[in-house]
Every structure is written in C-alpha cells, then in structure tokens.
Design a protein around this ligand. Structure first.
Ligand SMILES: [Zn+2]
Length: 261
C-alpha cells in the first residue's frame, strides 16, 4: 500500500452507506481516482466540508493497485467552489468540463497538463464575461491533446485563406473547403469565417486572455454546434453532458438573464 499526496479536483460525489461518501477526483499525480471518504457525512468529520463538487483540494490517500476504491485520509481545500455561490449557470458550465473528464479519461491516466487546464478552466469560468468560451476552449484543448486538431487556417484543397463569409467544414477530413472547392463532401457543416476565427482564438489564447472576451449569440451557437458534432464524430461513446444541457435550460430563463435569481 502506498500513501499518495497530490492535488485533486472533485468531479463526482455520491453518498455511501450511512455516513460515508465516494468521490471521484481528477488528480495531478494519478489521473482519475475513486476514493472512499469514511464517515465524511458525520457532522464533525474533518473531510466533509472539503468534498464539494469542483473543489480543488490537497489530498492524502492510501492506494492499493488491486482496489477499485482508494481510502481517503485527508483533504484540505486549496480553492473552494463555494465562491460560485448562487451562480448556478456558471457552476453548471464548470461541471460540464468535469463531466467530460469523468466520461473520457481512463482511471489513473496521469496528465499534469490536463489537470492544470481543468483547474484553470474552473477558476476562469467563475469570472469570465462570456464563460461559455472558457468551457469550449477546454474542450478544444482536450481534443488537441487527444490528437484531434482540425486544420483551420486555410482551405484543405486550394490552400487559400478563404474569402467570403462561409466555409464548409468536414468532420471526417478535419478541416474546411472554401466555396470554390466545396463539392458536396459527405458530412460537412457550413460555418462562418468568424466562427472559424473564434475556434482559432480559443486554441491560440490563454484562458486569462479570454476573461474579458465577448462574442455574439450567433457565434456561440455555431461554436456549440461544431464542437459537439466534432466530439461525437471522433470520440466513441461520448454521452450528452447533462450539466451543459442544464446550463442551456436555465440560461434561457428570463430571471437569470435579468440577474434577479
Ligand atoms: Zn479552396
């Protein structure tokens, strides 16, 4: 048995028996790990308060390879998701990033870059003017890390920077054809040049540079559509992100738009 000390982000929690909790964390040193927090729901437990979803915590746990669940010994908050307070739409967006990691990352598949990106995404979604951009940046970066990086700077056939307003994006080829070269390729999506530039910006900029970035609802709609279809095309078995669906639902409510909830 090993004692592991590492940073982790809590991406899923579930009550277990009378007083315990099972938490899934994406950790810096060990990737995705399931931990049992014995007695965490007892009122005086030291663990309890630290185990809220999306908390960034310093963890100490006992690890044994043959076990599904490792045993949590200590959890100290490094950055609390309490700061989201009543910002449910933002919290849902940040949860969508965690859900994606929960679905796609294999157990104990360590990736420090991904851990740091997830942590930065969660804190940036809290304060961004257009928090959706931060989530989509995270998804495009994850795609790039996984080897899916469409060519977006020039037409795939003629190599020219496209003129006009729209291009035809092919999911199977991983790039686009300008209006001169497009010949009814089987699976494509018409997308504006401004939409292509937005994805390039997400790929090229740091999250901190996107904090004050604004965009239009039209471009956000395009971004959502192409991102989700690209994920579905390339990632086997990907399931709908419930948190993102919830975000869409509540962000359409007039009370949230008016900021009165
Ligand atoms: Zn072309």
């Amino acid at each position: 048995m090993n004692i592991i000390k590492t940073d982790g982000i809590i991406i899923r929690t579930q009550n277990y028996l009378e007083t315990s909790k099972i938490v899934v964390c994406y950790t810096k040193k060990q990737g995705k790990v399931s931990l049992i927090a014995k007695g965490a729901r007892r009122p005086k437990s030291k663990l309890g308060g630290a185990l809220d979803l999306l908390n960034h915590v310093h963890l100490v746990y006992y690890s044994k390879e043959s076990r599904e669940l490792q045993v949590l010994s200590q959890a100290d908050i490094c950055h609390s998701s309490q700061s989201y307070s009543r910002e449910i739409p933002r919290f849902s967006l940040a949860m969508a990033a965690a859900e994606l990691i929960g679905q796609l990352e294999m157990k104990e598949d360590k990736n420090v870059w991904l851990f740091n990106n997830l942590a930065e995404t969660i804190t940036s979604i809290e304060k961004a003017v257009t928090p959706e951009l931060i989530l989509y940046q995270f998804i495009w970066r994850w795609l790039e890390l996984s080897g899916f990086k469409p060519r977006l700077r020039r037409c795939l056939k003629c190599g020219q920077i496209p003129q006009g307003e729209k291009v035809n994006f092919s999911f199977s080829v991983g790039g686009y054809f300008c209006s001169n070269c497009h010949q009814g390729h089987d699976e494509y999506l018409q997308i504006s040049i401004a939409g292509i530039h937005l994805i390039l910006m997400l790929r090229d900029y740091a999250a901190s540079q996107l904090i004050n970035q604004r965009t239009t609802n039209f471009l956000l709609g395009e971004l959502k559509n192409i991102t989700w279809r690209f994920l579905q095309h390339h990632v086997d078995g990907i399931k709908e992100l419930k948190s993102l669906k919830f975000f869409d639902k509540i962000s359409n409510l007039e009370e949230y738009k008016a900021g009165v909830v």
